[in-house]
Write a protein that binds this ligand. Structure first.
Ligand code: GDP
Ligand code: IMO
Ligand code: MG
Length: 423
C-alpha cells in the first residue's frame, strides 16, 4: 500500500498529466484534489493527444479508479463534455469515476463574476473558468454542492436564493443585465440525471482502498507558486495546489501520505500575470516557447518562458515536502549553447535568504545565475540515464543537489515511451 501526492512545483503546466499517466500503471486509484477546469493536463499516447481538465489523468489506464475530491470545483458542462470525450475515445468511465458529494459546483454567475473582475484594473490573467468566485462562495458558505443534485427541490431553492442575491449585485453594483433565473434552474435540474451515478462518499471510498492495501495517487492541478497561501499572491489561483491541499481536498489524513512527487519542468513557464524573475523576453525565451510548444492547454495563451529557478524550487520543495522529482521537458533544452539556473535573488545589493512573500519585492529582484554547458544531441530517444550526454547529467545532478530531491523520472518527450525511469 502506498499513498503519494503529485504536485506541480512551479507555476503549473509542468507535465503533471503525462507523469500521472505513466505512474497510474502502478496505482489503483488516482484522485484530483483541487482546482477545476482551469487545469489542462495533457497525455499523449502514440500520436493521440488527450487534454483533461477535471477528470484525473489515470482515466486512460484500464481498471484505474478515478476520483474527483471535495476540493475540486466542478463545472457540470465541462464535466459532461469531458465524460463524452473520453467515452468517444473508447475508454470506460462507468464504474471507474467517483465524484465527491462535497465538491462545489461552478455556476454561470461564477464565470460572469470572474470576467467582470478581470475587466477591472487589477488583472490576474485568470482562465475565465469561474474558479475564484466559486471558491469565494464556498468559503462564504453560499456554495451549491454536488450533493445538492440529489435533492431537486432543495437544489432549485438554493439556486433561486443565490440567483436573487447575485442578480441584485449585478444590477446594483455592476449595472449589468440580470441572469435568466428560469433558464439556469432548468439547466441545473437536468444535471442530476447525468451526474447522480458518479456521486460517492469519497473519504470513505479512499480510506477503504487504503485499508485494502491499494496504491493511491493524489493528483494536484496548477503549481505551488500558484497556491493561494504559498504562491505569488495575489497572482495565484484560489485553491491549495501544494501537498497539504491533498488531505483537505480528499479526506485522506496526513498520517497516510508516504511520499510527495514534484513535477519539475527543466526550465520555467508561467501563464497569466505576476512576477517571474527568470523570464526571458528574448530569442532564448522564444526558442523555449517554440520547441516546448508552450501554449496553454486550456486557453491557448502563449506561456511566458524562462530559465530554471532553483531558488524558487528550494522553497516549493520545502513547502510541499517533495522527496522525489520527475524532471520534464528536458529535451526542449537540447541545442542551446548554454543553460542558466537561477541560484539566488539579489535585492538592494544583497542576496535574499528566503523566497519573498510580497510580489512588489519579487518584481524587483535580480536573478543570480550559474551557467552550464548545453548539449547538442537529440535526447528524446534516450532510454536510460546513462545514455544521456555528460552535460545533461551534469545539469540534472546540479538540480538534484541544489534542490534536495531524488530524481525518479526524466521525461524527454510528450509520449509515454519518452520517459527515463531512474534507478
Ligand atoms: P500539466 O498541466 O502539468 O499536465 O502540463 P500541460 O499538459 O499543460 O503542459 C505540458 C505540455 O508538455 C503538454 O503539451 C505535454 O504533452 C508536453 N510534455 C510533457 N512532457 C514533455 C517532455 O518531456 N517533452 C516535451 N517536449 N513535451 C512534454
Ligand atoms: P494546470 O493544472 C498554469 C493560472 C492562470 C492565472 C491564475 C489564476 O494545467 O497546471 P484561475 O483561472 O485559476 O483563477 O487563474 O492561475 N492558472 C494556471 N496556469 N496551469 C494551470 O493549470 C493553471 N490554472 C490556473 O493563468 O494566472
Ligand atoms: Mg496544464
Amino acid at each position: 500500500m502506498s499513498v503519494s501526492v503529485l504536485v506541480g512545483s512551479q507555476w503549473g503546466d509542468e507535465g503533471k498529466g503525462k507523469i500521472v499517466d505513466i505512474l497510474s500503471e502502478r496505482f489503483d486509484v488516482v484522485a484530483r484534489y483541487q482546482g477545476g477546469a482551469n487545469a489542462g493536463h495533457t497525455i499523449q499516447i502514440d500520436d493521440n493527444q488527450y487534454i483533461l481538465h477535471l477528470i484525473p489523468s489515470g482515466i486512460l489506464r484500464d481498471g484505474v479508479k478515478c476520483v474527483i475530491g471535495n476540493g475540486v470545483v466542478i463545472d457540470p458542462n465541462a464535466l459532461l463534455d469531458e465524460i463524452e470525450f473520453i467515452e468517444n475515445n473508447d475508454f470506460d468511465i462507468e464504474g471507474r469515476l467517483f465524484i465527491s458529494q462535497n465538491a462545489h459546483l461552478i455556476m454561470p454567475y461564477h464565470k460572469l463574476l470572474d470576467s467582470i473582475s478581470e475587466s477591472g484594473t487589477k488583472k490576474i490573467g485568470t482562465t475565465g473558468r469561474g474558479i475564484g468566485p466559486c471558491y469565494i462562495d464556498k468559503y462564504a458558505r453560499k456554495g451549491i454542492r454536488i450533493v445538492d443534485l440529489l435533492n431537486r427541490d432543495l437544489l432549485e431553492k438554493k439556486i433561486r436564493e443565490n440567483l436573487q442575491e447575485k442578480n441584485n449585485l449585478l444590477k446594483k453594483v455592476y449595472n449589468i443585465e440580470e441572469l435568466d433565473v428560469e433558464a439556469i434552474v432548468e439547466e441545473y435540474l437536468t444535471f442530476d440525471k447525468k451526474i447522480d451515478k458518479y456521486i460517492a462518499d469519497v473519504p470513505s471510498l479512499l480510506n477503504r482502498e487504503i485499508a485494502d492495501g491499494k496504491n493511491v495517487l493524489l493528483e494536484g492541478a496548477q503549481g505551488a507558486l500558484l497556491d493561494v497561501d504559498f504562491g505569488t499572491y495575489p497572482y495565484v489561483t484560489s485553491s491549495s495546489p501544494t501537498s497539504g491541499g491533498a488531505c483537505t481536498g480528499t479526506g485522506i489524513p496526513p498520517t497516510k501520505i508516504d511520499s510527495v512527487i514534484g513535477i519539475v519542468k527543466a526550465y520555467t513557464t508561467r501563464v497569466g500575470n505576476g512576477p517571474f524573475p527568470t523570464e526571458l523576453e528574448d530569442e532564448v525565451g522564444e526558442h523555449l516557447r517554440k520547441v516546448g510548444a508552450e501554449f496553454g492547454a486550456t486557453t491557448g495563451r502563449p506561456r511566458r518562458c524562462g530559465w530554471f529557478d532553483a531558488f524558487a524550487m528550494k522553497y516549493t520543495t520545502m513547502v510541499n515536502g517533495i522527496d522525489h522529482a520527475a524532471i520534464t521537458k528536458l529535451d526542449v533544452l537540447s541545442g542551446l549553447d548554454e543553460i542558466k539556473v537561477c541560484v539566488a535573488y539579489e535585492h538592494n545589493g544583497k542576496n535574499l535568504k528566503t523566497f519573498p512573500s510580497e510580489v512588489e519585492r519579487l518584481d524587483q529582484v535580480t536573478p543570480v545565475y550559474e551557467t552550464f554547458k548545453g548539449w547538442k544531441k537529440d535526447i528524446s530517444g534516450c532510454k536510460s540515464y546513462d545514455e544521456l550526454p555528460s552535460e545533461t547529467k551534469t545539469y540534472l545532478d546540479y538540480l538534484k543537489g541544489t534542490c534536495g530531491f531524488e530524481i525518479s523520472y526524466v521525461s524527454v518527450g510528450p509520449r509515454r515511451s519518452e520517459t527515463i525511469v531512474c534507478e
